[in-house]
Design a protein around this ligand. Structure first.
Ligand code: SIN
Ligand code: MN
Length: 254
């Protein structure tokens, strides 16, 4: 359950890693089975698509109110790799379930996650990453996350007012480094550095593209002083302690 030397080297040089089918079909079914409970949640942690309040775009902090997603954030197949990359235990300061339903879901402008965590949550050091678990097949048609490999080495492009990066900076980085879509079967996992430039197109395909993101830092990186509500950022989360490998299946029998 550890990353190989070449995977560690790829994370360092490209700023991202794709781990195909880390969860099996049964585990993906268990994750999908948790979605109806999460999606009907009412409250400010549920963000809706612009122009269509009936469509959920994203849900913050599902791990705090749903047992399956709580267990996923403590899964040893994830945490073993994360600890290897950080060299110490991690804590989770934000989770986001991006629903990206078929036909009418908007995309995400090019950005660096660190810009949001810096300007809204007070993070000073980009020693953090996002980890995404695919609940669906992610393919060229349903709006995969696209990354500019190696762009995390170009530093922070500060925007004090919004998430977006100026087009000229995206073009310069993409023309030098290219763009990679992060695709794979359900149960795949992606890890990316907080400074990597990434975005995604709208999903006009008939197929949903659901990804559960954990945004994490090493436990020693305690720099957060959030200006936002609790569900956006938890500055005081404990070190993540892994559950047994069958923790998703155990929930069914619990
Ligand atoms: C994000 O960058 O926060 C979301 C991108 C995506 O899931 O398409
Ligand atoms: Mn992002």
């Amino acid at each position: 359950m550890t990353l190989s030397h070449s995977q560690l080297a790829q994370m360092a040089s490209d700023g991202y890693l794709l781990l195909p089918a880390l969860f099996d079909a049964d585990e993906v079914e268990l994750l999908r089975a948790a979605v109806p409970e999460v999606i009907v949640r009412q409250g400010p942690e549920v963000i809706r698509e612009d122009g269509d309040a009936s469509m959920v775009r994203m849900i913050f902090a599902a791990h705090t109110f749903n047992e399956t997603f709580r267990r996923l954030t403590l899964h040893p197949r994830l945490l073993s790799r994360v600890e290897q990359l950080f060299g110490e235990p991690a804590y989770l300061f934000q989770s986001r379930f991006n629903v990206k339903s078929g036909f009418h879901s908007a995309g995400w402008a090019w950005h660096q996650d660190f810009n949001q965590w810096h300007r809204l949550d007070g993070m000073q050091t980009p020693n953090a990453m996002a980890l995404g678990v695919f609940l669906d097949d992610v393919n060229p048609c349903n709006g995969p996350v696209m990354v500019i490999p190696g762009s995390h080495k170009r530093g922070h492009i500060f925007n004090p007012d919004a998430m977006d990066i100026p087009d000229a900076d995206v073009a310069a980085a993409a023309n030098d480094l290219g763009i990679i879509p992060l695709m794979g079967p359900p149960g795949s996992v992606v890890l990316f550095h907080s400074l990597i430039i990434h975005g995604s197109a709208p999903n006009v395909s008939p197929w949903p593209r659901r990804i559960f993101y954990m945004n994490i830092s090493p436990i020693s990186n305690r720099e957060l002083s959030p200006k936002r509500e609790w569900f956006h950022c938890d500055a005081d989360g404990p070190a993540l302690v892994p559950l047994p490998d069958d923790c998703l299946r155990q929930k069914v029998s619990a």
